[in-house]
Design a protein around this ligand. Structure first.
Ligand code: HEC
Ligand code: HEC
Length: 185
């Protein structure tokens, strides 16, 4: 090879590497926009994340603060009306805090005007005569997790189905990307 063709070959390799790197990072950026989108916005896959001081204080001490966009308004109303017997726990609140939290949940519910397209699909999948109190019993959740074998749920490090953060490490921030899932052994 002449030194000129060697140079051309070298340039070619450099450009190919550069394009490869650009391709990877742009697909990574695309993914972060589409799936790690905290504000929800235009992503077809996101569930809106709206931080709320009262909700964080009162509803994320025993478990992760579940995103309102996983259940419809009627579910949140029913759940908030029964806090004195909340899955066997007394989680009752003062009236004013309870109304503030209810308002936050209803405003951001899966069937609210503010809901992301994915939340709206989650709400549509629930039969009109059903009012699930558990996200983990909603058709969307069941469908997304049906590939997980029953012995996996029995692992100590996995815990109950409601412990989203065992596998979705950024669940508390409202991030559930399929690229960010790790099932503990
Ligand atoms: C005293 C502890 C405690 C507090 C406070 C609490 N919860 Fe819970 N919550 C529980 C327990 C226990 C469960 C059942 C967990 C399980 O069986 O996996 C549960 C389950 C849930 C579930 C169903 C999870 C699923 O399986 O999909 C929702 C939704 C929920 N809580 C919402 C709330 C909201 C909203 C608040 C605030 C008003 C709240 N929780 C406050 C203890 C608590
Ligand atoms: C045992 C581990 C585990 C637990 C616990 C768990 N998940 Fe998942 N989740 C998964 C896996 C695995 C997938 C499927 C990823 C895929 O599609 O490849 C998934 C998928 C999802 C998806 C769809 C992701 C996407 O981009 O399509 C959402 C949303 C989700 N989970 C929410 C939750 C919520 C909310 C909880 C808690 C109430 C929860 N998960 C608990 C393992 C878990």
């Amino acid at each position: 090879m002449t030194s000129q063709t060697q140079n051309i070959a070298k340039k070619f390799v450099q450009i190919a590497i550069l394009l490869g790197v650009m391709g990877c990072s742009s697909s990574f950026l695309y993914q972060s926009n589409a799936d790690f989108n905290k504000e929800g916005g235009n992503s077809g896959k996101s569930i809106h994340f709206a931080a709320n001081k009262d909700y964080n204080a009162e509803c994320s001490s025993c478990h992760v603060g579940f995103l309102p966009g996983f259940l419809p308004e009627r579910s949140w109303k029913k759940l908030m009306a029964g806090l004195e017997d909340h899955f066997g726990e007394n989680a009752s609140l003062d009236q004013d805090i309870s109304s503030k939290i209810s308002k936050y949940l209803v405003t951001n519910a899966a069937d609210s005007a503010a809901a992301s397209p994915r939340s709206k699909r989650i709400a549509k999948m629930i039969a009109a005569n059903e009012t699930p109190l558990r996200i983990t019993e909603s058709p969307f959740w069941v469908r997304k997790h049906r590939g997980i074998k029953s012995y996996v749920w029995k692992r100590a490090a996995v815990g109950p189905k409601s412990k989203c953060e065992s596998c979705h490490r950024d669940a508390a921030k409202g991030l559930f990307s399929e690229y960010d899932v790790k099932i503990p052994k």
